[in-house]
Write a protein that binds this ligand. Structure first.
Ligand code: HEM
Length: 396
């Protein structure tokens, strides 16, 4: 079944309508109950829907590899041990909860500035707030000049886009766009790295260039790949966390009252948003050996899609999984992955999500999707979110 194409760039046939992509969780639960592990001949891959099996895949990188060809690039996300640990240890320092805590005042300032720019009683949540916030935070962390920010949004959008349909032409078109975007980004960071190598600044690029563990230093190429990864992995995901959280508030207005009464629930609300409407719903792996999983036999080279969006609603782990409960404890969702590739940016994403929700609910009240507006899902096989999100509110 070895195939050159990567199944996680193709949309699952059952999700090929706007309605289904806007709300795929009922269908994913049905599939999990009927066939926890099944083979899809259209995308030429295995789909895995149950919590236990998804976790087994993510925690066994030896059997289920993250390595990709040119489509993925040689970054943290697409390499296996032992190289993975070496690279991750080098970059980890900048992303610990303690290091991230130092960003609170700046994230608050950026959020406040963005919301100061909103007039009247409605906004486009995605373009006015949820998109620029993480882009500015990452761009500042890396140390890129402010005037380059609009380009980042464009590049990070392309890197998560899926093919228009299942045809070879559509697949090739998207691959070409991706490779172009990757090359442009690599060129951009290549130039910036040259400048920072000569004159370091107090930014992440300079820190990455200087970092050493046991005498090992990142190559210029590895620094570039890491910068590209941060943009691809950190921007749209965080945008969708904020937008998906606000979608929950608009769909279940009683939760707005609850957060107003008990703002200390916001971290739990963010955690439950991650479980309930995960920004990444599916994660790809490749079998490195013949292996049995959920009574099915995978062969070496088979592609596997681990459906985090289905695992997060598995009733054997989560009581009343379709209920949104900001007090859910414990909440072992796998929306940041699991095991060695667990999201490096999770502390940053959680912090941005928390500050965003605090600011929005402090300033505004009674959020809703205005009549006559339909949400349009992002066309992607692994990202869950909406393209634009108009919301109206009452100012406090
Ligand atoms: C890895 C989700 C935000 C950087 C991952 C993985 C998931 C994920 C599911 C694991 C993928 C796999 O196992 O193949 C998310 C979500 C986010 C978010 C839902 C927002 C709500 C961020 C941010 C950054 C970031 C803000 C950085 C600024 C990374 C990196 C990896 C990663 C570098 C690769 C880690 C490794 O392979 O060791 N993320 N992410 N992410 N994420 Fe995030």
């Amino acid at each position: 079944m070895n195939n050159e194409k990567y199944a996680n760039m193709l949309i699952m046939p059952e999700l090929n309508t706007i309605e289904k992509r806007l709300l795929p969780f009922g269908l994913l639960s049905e599939l999990r109950q009927q066939t926890p592990v099944r083979y899809d001949s259209v995308r030429n891959c295995w789909d895995v829907f149950s919590y236990g099996e998804v976790q087994r895949i993510l925690k066994d990188p030896k059997t289920f590899s993250s390595v990709r060809g040119a489509a993925g690039g040689q970054n943290l996300l697409f390499i296996d041990p032992p190289k993975h640990k070496q690279l991750r240890d080098l970059v980890n320092k900048a992303f610990t909860p303690k290091a991230i805590q130092g960003l609170v005042p700046r994230i608050e300032e950026i959020s406040a500035d963005l919301l100061d720019g909103v007039d009247g009683v409605d906004m486009n949540l995605v373009s006015d707030f949820a998109t620029p916030l993480p882009v500015i935070v990452i761009a500042e962390l890396l140390g890129t000049p402010a005037e380059d920010r609009a380009h980042f949004k464009h590049w990070s959008d392309i890197l998560v886009e899926s093919a228009e349909d299942e045809s070879a032409e559509a697949y090739e078109a998207i691959m070409r766009k991706r490779m172009e975007a990757m090359q442009e980004l690599a060129q951009y960071f290549g130039q910036l790295i040259k400048v920072r190598s000569r004159i370091p600044k107090d930014d992440l690029i300079s820190a990455l260039l200087a970092a050493k563990i046991d005498g090992v230093q990142l190559t210029e190429h590895e620094v570039i790949s890491f910068c590209v990864l941060l943009l691809a992995a950190g921007n749209e995901t965080t945008t969708n966390l904020i937008a998906n959280g606000m979608r929950v508030l608009c769909e279940q207005p009683e939760l707005q009252d609850e957060l107003n009464r008990s703002p200390e629930l916001i971290p739990g609300f963010i955690e439950e948003t991650l479980r309930y409407y995960p920004p990444i719903i599916a994660i790809g792996r490749t079998a490195t050996m013949d292996v049995e999983l959920g009574s099915q036999r995978f062969k070496t080279g088979d592609q596997i899609i681990a459906w985090v969006g289905a695992a997060n609603r598995d009733e054997s782990v989560f009581a009343a999984p379709d209920r949104f409960d900001p007090r859910r404890m414990p909440n072992p969702h796998m929306s940041f992955g699991f095991g060695i590739h667990f999201c490096l940016g999770a502390p940053l994403a959680r912090l941005e999500g928390k500050i965003a929700l605090q600011m929005l609910t402090n300033r505004f009240d009674q959020f809703q999707l205005p009549d006559g507006n339909d949400l349009v899902p992002i066309r992607s096989s692994f990202v869950f979110g909406v393209k634009e999100y108009p919301i109206s509110f009452v100012r406090r």
